[in-house]
Design a protein around this ligand. Sequence first.
Ligand SMILES: [Zn+2]
Ligand SMILES: [Zn+2]
Ligand SMILES: [Zn+2]
Length: 467
Amino acid sequence: MQSPVIVIDNLQFVRLSLETGLDTTQIMAYDGVLIDSNDAPFVQNSILSIRRHHQPEVYLKPIFLCQNHPSAFIHIHALSDGQYIHDKDNTLVASKTRKIFQKTLELSESKPNSAYGAAIKKALDYMYCRENRILQPILDPFSIIGYSFPEMSVSFETHEEAQILDALDWAEKNELIWPDFQEKIYVCNQCSGGFLSYREVCPHCQSSHTYGEDLVHHFPCAYIGPISDFTNEKHEGLHCPKCNKGVHHIGVDYDKPSVLYHCNNCDTKFQDLYVKAKCLNCKNDVEVQYLQSRTINTYKLTSKGRHAITKGFELQNHTTDAHFIERDLISEDTFISLLNQDCKRSQIEERSIGLMAISINNHQAIAKEMGNYRFKKLVLELYDIIANELNPLEYLYLEQGHTFYFNQYLGIEDSFISIQSSFQERLNQLIIHNHSGISVSMNYQNISLNECKDGREALNKLKTQLN
Ligand SMILES: [Zn+2]
Ligand SMILES: [Zn+2]
Ligand SMILES: [Zn+2]
């Protein structure tokens, strides 16, 4: 079906409605889009389809709404450019459309070379064309973390908001945007879900079927007991079961020093409840101290960010980024072919070259306890510790996110022992500073490469030693 075209001040707009439907490819040919429907889901879907498109000629297009929509549909308002309801809107619509087009001509085509580059570039370009310098989080019950950044959300699936935070961290590290604190939130340590059900539970059996009672301390006789001990049928009000006196004025003849809890499930009494959070997304149930905390910021475009939008991105490489993807991790095949060279070299040159392994034995338990996100960060910190010890002839392979293999050129025994001890020392520091209460059990193994005919054999031997 042919979409009706509306001309406003010599600009051509395509008018989308339930009857015309949505065909994103044809949008490119027009100066702007009008969405004429009172069907909010249709309008929101149309806007998202346009903004999610991979071509800037589509996703940067000005969009105007021909009808009013409730503010509950947050993406409608955050990702459209205004209204076109009355004739008097003509001037504004035309001038805004011209301005956005003018701005698109200033954009650089270069994309930052990172996993998040495309998403960041898209959001920054969109903001730049609207002369919008602030990236604002909004409360969003449909986002897995409870917040969304509409300009960023279009590059991610609806359950991927946690990755948006990672992408924003990356942009912040590269000084493209500047954070302004909004909120610190806690999310699930397994799936980063933000919808958590908090319960006070018994420390012994984890049941939330508990009740609390005030403890009463009677000053004259020093008796302390739950308030139910102080009531009986014979007396009105509180009455001391030990000295048999009436108990009258709090602060004068008694006080309530704390609360005593009782578990209806396992029938124990205790003074402190545990607070646990159950994730509504993945059903993971953890004590609140192990939840992952994330900061929700409002972001401002920096001058470096504006420069990058129009002149291209020149980013320094940050090795401290908390993502595997940002590091030059090598595959097992690459590692083996490098080892093959070393096996030959150790036989020909009679050099002692060692192959080392450091493995985290209880990685599953740790990941469960501290959460995948924090565990991954810990492993990367360990990765950096080893990588910093290596010389240019030595290389490091990380297997399954918990076992490190690397070759060593200098006198094997001594150097491996010194690596082990400095590794253990820094590991202890990391654990103490960041992840208290979790003990890590490590396995250190090494073999000499001149005992092996090739890299595959060396790696297999070492793997057997580890088990
Ligand atoms: Zn219990
Ligand atoms: Zn008493
Ligand atoms: Zn979860």
